[in-house]
Write a protein of this length. Structure first.
Length: 321
């Protein structure tokens, strides 16, 4: 008798009794069902900005699962990381806190973690994280410590090189901007996060961008001196001394990273004001060929882009193929 068939080939004809014996002996192949191709991106929560000589928090880490295959019935359990808290507005100020991790756990398979962004410093070192938090002069910026998920934070003039004050930016989570003093004309800008619009459209994140770093603060202000800008991807803005912002921006809202982007919080220079909170993370899915998920939990928002359904998870849940 010829060898039994595999899931991809057969070389003979088999009698019913032969098939029955093979099934009992677990020698007959069974179908795993049709396969679907998907792309997913997980973004961790942004780090909180520092208060009092505060620097920007780092953007959340970014993990790409590109052109993956899933079998029918496969379940992915999703956790969305919270944004870190801004530093406390009190007589001494404080560093922010790290962003939370966003996780994709595949049934019977692997787990993928997008780590939270590092906190912005406050007259202290920036914190390490998926993207590093910024710092002010004479301190060290935080580093990106989770592989290629993010960038390092910026430092203020007088600190270690490089002295641009801007957070790093190269297609993953943006680093937090450094707080600056002296003759510089602005606080350090947060690094830009990646542009995901070609895959998921512009309805997600900040017009398709996610994980921007928070801007750093500035010790003084005038008509042309401001805190650092938040990086594209939801980064919060830094202030100039006493909660001064560019025209159209306010302390109440613009120091915070945008929700569902993983943007870092902006730093605050003024002694009794709280730093910006980091933005919560997000997990995104798109299934190729116009196919849709068989079930979801967690109430993801859906968008249509290039004929495909985009699933935007802003809270923990699951997707079943």
């Amino acid at each position: 008798m010829a060898d039994f068939p595999t899931t991809t080939s057969a070389s003979s004809v088999w009698q019913i009794n032969e098939i029955s014996r093979a099934l009992k002996g677990s020698q007959w192949p069974t179908s795993s069902g049709p396969q679907l191709t998907y792309t997913a991106v997980a973004v961790g929560g942004g780090g909180g900005g520092g208060s009092y000589q505060g620097a920007g928090g780092g953007g959340g880490g970014v993990v790409y699962l590109t052109s993956q295959t899933a079998t029918s019935g496969e379940v992915h359990t999703i956790t969305v990381g919270a944004g870190g808290s801004g530093g406390t507005g009190n007589s001494t100020g404080s560093q922010g806190t790290h962003g939370g991790n966003s996780i994709i756990a595949i049934s019977g398979g692997s787990t993928h973690t997008a780590y939270g962004g590092g906190a912005g410093g406050h007259a202290s070192n920036g914190a390490d994280g998926a993207s590093g938090g910024g710092c002010v002069a004479s301190y060290d910026p935080g580093s990106a410590i989770h592989g290629s998920q993010g960038n390092g934070g910026g430092d203020g003039p007088g600190g270690p090189a490089p002295l641009t004050g801007d957070g790093g930016s190269d297609g993953v989570g943006g680093g937090g901007g450094g707080g600056t003093s002296g003759s510089s004309t602005r606080g350090g800008n947060g690094g830009d996060g990646p542009d995901l619009s070609s895959t998921f459209g512009t309805n997600i994140g900040e017009s398709g961008y996610v994980a921007g770093g928070g801007g750093g603060s500035k010790t003084s202000y005038s008509s042309n001196i401001y805190g650092g800008d938040g990086g594209q991807g939801g980064g919060g803005y830094g202030d100039a001394y006493n909660k001064v912002y560019k025209t159209g921006l306010t302390y109440a809202s613009d120091r915070h990273g945008d929700t569902n982007t993983g943007g870092g919080g902006g730093g605050i220079w003024f002694i009794s004001s709280g730093g910006g909170n980091g933005g919560s993370g997000v997990v995104l899915y798109v299934i190729s060929g116009g196919a849709t998920a068989s079930a979801t939990t967690g109430s993801p928002t859906t968008h249509t882009y290039n004929g495909n359904t985009v699933y935007e998870f802003t809270a923990s849940g699951s997707i079943t193929f």
